[in-house]
Design a protein around this ligand. Structure first.
Ligand code: SF4
Length: 433
């Protein structure tokens, strides 16, 4: 177990799961960013003779996107590759704009293992036949690490540019990323067209989360069977989990999909007895109560609970009030939505007002009836997933914490009466300068 100390994530503990040979994390004895020599010595930048064969391996590996949507990478790769073969030049966009305040895994990869990310970008570009690639980030430390790494990375006739934007919750959405690289604001656009149909410079564009792409060198070196040796059949491989809350400093783990939540608690030294629930998938997938103790960390288990693994962030709720957490997250969405879709900026404002009133003991039953209705009818009404995230938080609060909700209706929460929890960005891992 090592605590990184490169001035980038000063309080973050980085831990490889016991018994796991890490694929993504590299726990070193201090601050150093992995350089080209160290990366090559670890087996990186291997020659790729047959991009189509690698695509077949990616397909067999079952690699799912790690940015939140868990979409099969092979499907995206094949679609963009085929568009390229039809004569339209293709592009790769590695998305490292990690807008989730409760997640730090992409920043860690970019800051500490920039060559691993660039190797993944190189392999994706070879598969889809792209001669241009972009790495899209907001973190200034990541920009520095990437630009330094690019000086020594093999070019493979691939032009790679780092594009930096202002950080924001919606800036990492894939259409926002494409729009920003095209010179516009980092705000989502309506779909279709999706980036794989018409993206950067109107070309078919492979948009992949940086953690997703960082798995490609492992698949090239070891193959799909080795990739599937950890994880579950429906959620193969390992993933990076940012764990916050629970009265402990934040930690970044690489762990296999399918790991029981109780094992994560044990590793993070948070007693299961004291767990009220979790906020899953960053701010996206909503709240779970103690039912999460029977779950495993994979897509299928989370879906059974009407939740999601999202970007892999898990925030442990022990001392804080779940109603107050929901109110803070909802207020965040009200501030951070891109102000583009009427249903979103009106809907997040209205749901935020109700959850705040509930926290403050000022809500009535009619307000909750409206909140429940909005959590259903507003779903899918925004150009991006922000409004869905807000509806997830509203619906899950009402479903998972009915006793807490009733107590707040009666104005009977001591912690909230004492203003105990009004975080602007709940479970934020660190302030990124
Ligand atoms: S859904 Fe909300 S956050 Fe997304 S584009 Fe529309 S207004 Fe912006």
């Amino acid at each position: 177990m090592t605590t990184t100390d490169n001035g980038l994530a000063t309080r973050l503990t980085v831990t490889v799961w016991p018994g796991l040979t890490p694929r993504l994390l590299r726990v070193s004895d201090g601050a150093e960013i992995e350089d080209h020599v160290a990366y090559v010595q670890s087996g990186g930048y291997q020659a790729l003779d047959d991009p189509d064969a690698l695509l077949e391996e990616v397909d067999r590996s079952g690699l799912l996107g790690r940015g939140g949507a868990a979409f099969p990478l092979a499907v995206k790769l094949r679609t963009v590759r085929d568009a390229g073969r039809a004569g339209i030049p293709t592009v790769v966009l590695a998305n490292g704009e990690e807008g989730e305040p409760a997640s730090v895994k992409d920043k860690w990869l970019l800051r500490n293992r920039p060559h691993l990310v660039l190797d993944g970008v190189r392999l994706a570009a070879r598969i889809v036949g792209a001669d241009q690639a972009y790495v899209y980030v907001s973190d200034t430390h990541a920009v520095h690490a990437l630009t330094t790494a690019l000086d020594s990375a093999p070019s493979d006739d691939l032009a790679v540019r780092v594009v930096a934007v202002e950080p924001g919750y919606v800036a990492g959405e894939e259409t926002a990323a494409v729009r920003a690289v095209n010179g516009g604001p980092a705000k989502p656009t309506d779909k279709p067209p999706r980036p794989f149909e018409e993206g950067i410079g109107k070309r078919p564009t492979l948009v992949g989360n940086v953690e997703t792409l960082a798995n490609l060198p492992f698949i090239l070196r070891h193959g799909s069977d080795a990739f599937r040796a950890r994880g579950t059949s429906a959620s193969p491989g390992t993933f990076l989990a940012t764990v916050t809350g629970g009265g402990k400093p934040p930690a970044l783990y690489e762990l296999p999909h399918g790991t029981p939540v109780t094992e994560l608690l044990e590793q993070h030294q948070v007693p299961a007895d004291g767990l009220k629930g979790v906020l899953m998938g960053g701010y996206f997938a909503g709240l779970l109560n103690r039912e999460v103790l029977d779950a495993t960390l994979d897509h299928e288990s989370m879906r059974r609970l009407n939740s999601g693994l999202g970007c892999g962030a898990v925030s442990l709720i022990t001392d804080d009030c779940p109603v107050a957490i929901a109110a803070s997250v909802m207020a965040y969405f009200d501030r951070e939505n891109a102000d583009q879709c009427g249903s979103c900026f009106n809907g997040t404002a209205a749901m935020s007002a109700v959850t705040s009133a509930l926290r403050d003991g000022a809500a009535a039953q009619d307000d909750l009836t409206r909140l429940e209705r909005w959590s259903v009818v507003l779903r899918g009404r925004g150009a991006c997933a922000t409004l869905d995230a807000a509806t997830n938080v509203a619906a899950s609060l009402l479903r998972a914490f009915p006793t807490d909700v009733a107590r707040h209706l009666a104005g009977d929460c001591d912690a909230c009466r004492a203003d105990a929890y009004k975080a602007l960005r709940p479970y934020e891992v660190e302030a990124v300068s």
